[in-house]
Ligand binder design. Structure first.
Ligand code: SF4
Ligand code: SF4
Length: 133
C-alpha cells in the first residue's frame, strides 16, 4: 500500500536520500511560479494543461536538487514550494485510502485526512509518537 493513514506512522525524519525530488513533478501555485520565474527565470518551470511545474532535468530530477558527497539537498530552501514542504504527507478533505478513522485529523474545528507516502524511507511505521502527533 503506498498511502498509509497517519495513525500507522510512528514518526518521520528526512534521510536526505533525494528520492522524492527525483521521482515526482512539483506542482506550483501561481504565486510560487511568479516568485520562481522572477528569481531564476521562466526556463526553470514548465506548464501543463492547467498547472505550472518545476522543470525536471535529463535524469528526471527536479532542476533545484543539489548534492554533496553524502546527501541530497534542496537548492530552494527559502522558496520551497508548499507541495515539497508537506511531503511525504498528503492532506485531503475527504478520506481516500484504508480506514478513514485512522487517517482523520481534527484541526481548528475542521476534519482532515492525512496519509504518508510509503515510498519515503524516512517514515517509521507504528504507533505515533507524541511529537509526531
Ligand atoms: S524520500 Fe523521504 S527521506 Fe528521502 S529525501 Fe524525500 S522526504 Fe527525505
Ligand atoms: S524544490 Fe527542493 S524539495 Fe522540492 S523537489 Fe525540488 S529539490 Fe526537492
Amino acid at each position: 500500500m503506498q498511502f498509509v493513514p497517519w495513525q500507522n506512522i510512528a514518526d518521520w525524519h528526512c534521510k536526505a536520500c533525494g528520492c522524492c525530488c527525483k521521482l515526482y513533478s512539483v506542482v506550483l501555485s501561481f504565486s510560487e511560479w511568479l516568485s520562481l520565474t522572477k528569481t531564476f527565470g521562466v526556463e526553470t518551470t514548465v506548464s501543463g494543461l492547467d498547472r505550472f511545474y518545476i522543470k525536471r532535468v535529463s535524469d528526471g530530477s527536479c532542476a533545484f536538487l543539489c548534492s554533496d558527497a553524502n546527501n541530497y539537498y534542496c537548492g530552494l530552501q527559502n522558496m520551497k514550494p508548499e507541495a515539497c514542504k508537506i511531503w511525504p504527507f498528503w492532506i485531503l478533505s475527504e478520506p481516500k485510502y484504508g480506514d478513514p478513522n485512522q487517517a482523520a485529523y481534527d484541526y481548528r474545528g475542521m476534519r482532515f485526512y492525512v496519509y504518508g507516502d510509503s515510498m519515503c524511507s524516512g517514515l517509521r511505521f507504528g504507533i505515533p509518537t507524541w511529537d509526531f502527533r
